[in-house]
Ligand binder design. Structure first.
Ligand code: ADP
Ligand code: MG
Length: 285
């Protein structure tokens, strides 16, 4: 049976838009020392703007961009959706015989009758090829996320995108620091994009190029850790953290896996949830 104080904490949480899925999560959250954030869709708006799209000189531009758009139209990743929105202005994004496989944290593998394509970040298509392509086409890399299209041999196109930081993120991080918690950021995105967000938000510890399993093993290796995330790529870490917190507009799998669900995407609710948990512990003991 659930204690009356715990029950009223659950109710108080719900009123603030913080859904605790059980009474034991308060105890764990009250003991947390580190709060790990995913970047894309958690600290950022998940509304990336396409900054630049560049096609290799040896390929036909329209066919290549139509292919990129058609592959991305099979994904609901925020970068994919932004690209589809942009490319569908110019192209009809249909493509015959296209089979697409989703590799969370990396991108997509697409197969047509003739070719296998990769669509995703630099580590997915190969760092060296990716960096050479960016340099060769003088693409501005500061703080951008990238999506590359590659066939069996070479990079055919690259898009750079920028995802704005959530307006309340700065305040949310400050609130956690005031509660003596250490904020950490783990992202599947590249080093420069990760660094620009970590610097802007004064997050002392971050790691880029994280696969879903990298995030999961980080939370397993640390005690007293909460994980805040929104994506399918965060689900393993949300499940393994002492407390998993899902963003309200996150994917269904993140919301199902986490122990605490925010009813909106307001990051300040993380500190509110910690405060509520600490308050309950002082009532009980
Ligand atoms: P985060 O951990 O910050 O939420 P993700 O793990 O979702 O980021 O994505 C990491 C990187 O993988 C993205 O920056 C992007 O380059 C690439 N990526 C993932 N999914 C896709 C996709 N569907 N289309 C293109 N790129 C993708
Ligand atoms: Mg995310």
């Amino acid at each position: 049976s659930i204690m009356p104080a715990t029950l009223s904490a659950i109710t108080a949480g719900a009123k603030q838009g913080i859904l605790f899925k059980g009474g034991s999560h308060f105890e764990h959250l009250a003991k947390v020392e580190r709060v790990v954030f995913d970047k894309t869709g958690t600290l950022t708006m998940s509304a990336p703007k396409v900054v630049d799209v560049v096609v290799a000189s040896h390929v036909q531009k329209d066919d290549t961009l139509r292919l990129l758009g058609a592959i991305e139209s099979k994904s609901n990743h925020p970068l994919a959706q932004a690209l589809v929105k942009q490319l569908s202005i110019t192209y009809t994004l249909t493509y015959e015989e296209l089979f697409v496989e989703d590799l969370p944290g990396q991108g997509l593998r697409a197969t047509t009758n003739e070719h296998t394509y990769l669509v995703g970040n630099e580590s997915f298509v190969g760092e060296q090829l990716a960096h050479a392509f960016l340099q060769q086409h003088a693409i501005d890399t500061s703080g951008k996320s990238f999506v590359f299209l590659k066939d069996e041999q070479q990079i055919l196109a690259a898009a750079s995108l920028q995802d704005p930081i959530r307006p309340e993120a700065q305040q949310a991080i400050e609130q956690l620091k005031a509660l003596k918690l250490t904020p950490v950021m783990l992202t599947g995105d590249n080093e420069l994009a990760a660094k620009s967000v970590a610097t802007a938000l004064q997050i002392p510890e971050y790691e880029a190029n994280c696969l879903p399993e990298t995030k999961a093993s980080y939370v397993q290796q640390h005690k007293h850790i909460a994980m805040v995330g929104d994506g399918i790529n965060d689900a393993p870490a949300l499940a393994l953290a002492d407390v998993g917190i899902a963003m309200g507009k996150g994917t269904a799998i993140a919301l199902e896996t986490a122990q605490v669900a925010l009813m909106e995407n307001d990051l300040r609710k993380v500190a509110q949830a910690v405060l509520l948990s600490r308050k309950l512990q002082t009532v009980i003991y």
